[in-house]
Design a protein. Structure first.
Length: 227
């Protein structure tokens, strides 16, 4: 089981190292996250008057690092599909603005760096969870269950959760990250090509591009999106 999971993760990781283009995947993941938060706050089976549009607005504001939460009051009289499309449009708009601001090539590089980080960090967490599963799986025999069958079933579910978490957190980080141009030497010579750092103020710095070109400082906002 672990060998197959390891091969799948390493294949994804190798793709990042080879410079795979993640734009299409990013757009697909945007749709997944948009649908997820809409479903969490607006039950399609309920009338629109019972939707939690305030909570949805707060979550959108947090994901997009907006100074003011978006006004969703117009959707009270709209269909669930229109609400979903509206939220997805906000996400795609934010993504496309970021692409214009930093440039397609640099955004692809940033996407790979974020995805690689998500894969690596969550894979470590998954390995620890699998160790705990192996240690306790023998107890399933007391419940008249086959430990091996249960181990395979639960490890499959855990791996699917891992992949889902990687995609969702990738989108949330990518949409929240703020990119600004920093000229050579403007930070006291502290910049390093292709590096990634984090300080105590939760400021992550990712620099892309080549020597003698403007660098890009990337700051992750962790506010609640409201004011």
């Amino acid at each position: 089981v672990m060998n197959k999971q390891r091969e799948a993760i390493y294949a994804r990781r190798d793709g990042m190292m080879r410079g795979v283009d993640l734009r299409e995947q990013a757009m697909e993941l945007l749709a997944v996250v948009a649908e997820g938060i809409v479903v969490a706050h607006a039950d399609e089976k309920l009338p629109s008057s019972e939707w939690d549009l305030t909570g949805l607005s707060s979550e959108i504001g947090s994901i997009l690092s907006l100074r003011a939460k978006p006004d969703l009051s117009a959707f009270v009289q709209r269909s669930w599909a229109e609400l979903h499309d509206g939220v997805l449009g906000m996400f795609r708009g934010a993504y496309e603005q970021k692409e214009v601001a930093v440039g397609g090539d640099r955004l692809r590089e940033l996407e790979r760096a974020i995805m690689l980080y998500m894969i690596d960090s969550k894979w470590v967490d998954h390995l620890q969870a699998m160790d705990m599963l192996r240690e306790g799986i023998g107890l399933r025999a007391y419940g008249q269950m086959d430990p091996l069958v249960e181990y395979k079933r639960e490890s499959f579910l855990m791996f699917n959760d891992l992949l889902k978490s990687v995609g969702e957190d990738f989108v949330r980080y990518l949409l929240r990250v703020q990119i600004r141009s920093v000229q050579e030497g403007s930070e006291g010579g502290e910049g390093r090509e292709g590096g990634e750092r984090a300080s105590g103020s939760s400021r992550a710095r990712v620099e892309v591009g080549e020597p003698k070109r403007p660098k890009y400082a990337v700051t992750t906002n962790r506010g609640d999106g409201g004011s």
